[in-house]
Ligand binder design. Structure first.
Ligand code: FEO
Length: 178
């Protein structure tokens, strides 16, 4: 049986992951509206990963005999002043999520919850990668400044991100791309 404190923290983390999903979908809409289809595609892939993260916590709670209590999502941001601001928000959000994951790791260790270790190790590594990727994109945006050519090239590069197979967020999955 999962400890009460870890259970509560993971239930809250499901909300954070679903809010991440929602935030990145909001960014998908922002980028598409500005014809930055590569960045929109990158964010769709990211949103997909956030949904997977929520499901990983959900399955872990269920496997341990706990109840999943889905919580209300907060109103998320729907407008940005610039492309740079979107990416800065992405980095700040991933840093926030890393803090939350580390908090669960501390709770699990204090509670002697070794069954959560494998899952939490996966998330710790995942956050390291996600923060590093977001940080790199923020630095690249700073490098290209506000040049249209630079933005165009970065948009192309980010559009090459591979969609997880069978993602429901992939337009190809519901035939919009053909
Ligand atoms: Fe689920 Fe991007 O953290």
């Amino acid at each position: 049986m999962i400890s009460k404190k870890v259970h509560q923290a993971m239930n809250e983390q499901i909300r954070h992951e679903l809010e991440s999903y929602y935030i990145y979908l909001s960014m998908v809409a922002y980028f598409h509206a500005r014809n930055l289809d590569g960045m929109a595609h990158w964010m769709r892939c990211q949103a997909h990963e956030e949904m997977i993260h929520a499901m990983k916590f959900m399955d872990h709670i269920l496997d341990r005999g706990g109840a999943v209590k889905l919580q209300d999502l907060k109103q998320i941001k729907t407008a940005w002043q610039s492309v740079e601001e979107v990416w800065q928000d992405t980095l700040a959000h991933e840093q926030f999520i890393t803090g939350k994951i580390h908090g669960i790791v501390k709770t699990a260790r204090a509670e002697g919850d070794y069954a959560s270790d494998t899952l939490l190790n996966w998330f710790t590594k995942e956050q390291l990668e996600e923060e590093a990727t977001a940080e790199k994109i923020v630095r690249q945006i700073e490098m290209i400044g506000h040049t249209k050519e630079g933005l165009f090239m970065l948009d192309k590069e980010l559009g090459a991100r591979i969609f997880p197979a069978g993602s429901p967020l992939d337009p190809a999955a519901y035939n919009l791309a053909t």
